[in-house]
Design a protein around this ligand. Structure first.
Ligand code: FPP
Length: 242
């Protein structure tokens, strides 16, 4: 299906990239080759999202749990992210893409943090598509850091205690790292795994989920547009009766 025939375009699509290692293994290559190829899929999806009129595209690039992978793989993934950002920053500027990284940035190295800052600054005023990369992120970590921020705010502003205690669900949103970003309408996970793996636990409360067998390095424009077409068929009721 082409993007022209897609009637209902999600504002925010989020991708759980999975299967790079298996893609490499199937070809007798090192796991890192799967990650290299995976960056090409990221590029293809950013372009496809912009073309389709998606306003927010996010990807789960590295979880808090991924720090437990073999050190060599962690080092090469961090290096790959630095290289990918350096390679694509000019293109993102030209195509009006705002680049955002969210997660526990205190755990990232200086080189990665420096290039993230520079890419975020350079693209801050772009508004065609916001492209978010979650690095060193987990849903439970996000909810916990939000609760701590809220507790601290209460301690520092005792006069606001009641106002904070009366806060509703949307009030809590602003303490999460995704403050200001709409919740994902569609979360796609590749490689045949049917799990959320501690990803957007709060924000994904009413997301549509799509699990596909395609391994991440093979997930390109066609697969992205197929996911949009599947979303267009879904009937979202948010717990109500239609
Ligand atoms: C999952 O496959 C993939 C990852 C944990 C890392 C993906 C990260 C990138 C492609 C870097 C993107 C960064 C930028 C800046 C564009 P897996 O290793 O879990 O695969 P497996 O389940 O087959 O072992």
């Amino acid at each position: 299906m082409t993007t022209e025939t897609i009637s209902k375009v999600p504002a925010h699509v989020s991708l759980i990239m999975d299967g790079n290692g298996r893609w490499a293994k199937e070809r007798g290559k090192e796991r890192v080759q799967g990650h290299f190829e995976g960056v090409e899929s990221v590029h293809a999806c950013v372009q496809a999202a912009a073309k389709a009129g998606v306003k927010y595209l996010s990807i789960f690039a590295f979880s808090e749990e991924n720090w437990n992978r073999p050190e060599a793989e962690v080092v090469s993934l961090m290096g790959l992210m630095v290289k990918a950002m350096a390679a694509y920053i000019d293109g993102m500027c030209e195509e009006g893409v705002r680049f955002v990284v969210l997660g526990n940035r205190a755990r990232l190295g200086d080189e990665l943090n420096a290039i993230i800052d520079s890419c975020m600054e350079r693209t801050a005023h772009n508004d065609r598509l916001t492209f978010i990369i979650f690095i060193s992120y987990s849903g439970k970590w996000d909810i916990l850091q939000a609760a701590k921020k809220m507790a601290l705010e209460m301690e520092e502003n005792p006069e606001r205690k009641q106002e904070i205690l009366d806060m509703g669900v949307s009030g809590f949103d602003k303490y999460l790292v995704t403050a200001g970003i709409p919740d994902p309408d569609l979360i796609v996970r590749t490689s045949g795994e049917n799990r959320l793996s501690n990803y957007l636990l709060w924000q994904g409360a009413y997301s549509e989920f799509l699990f596909v067998d395609t391994l991440w390095p093979d997930f390109r424009e066609k697969e992205f547009n197929d996911a949009l077409a599947e979303y267009a068929k879904r009937d979202r009721r948010y717990g109500k009766v239609k």
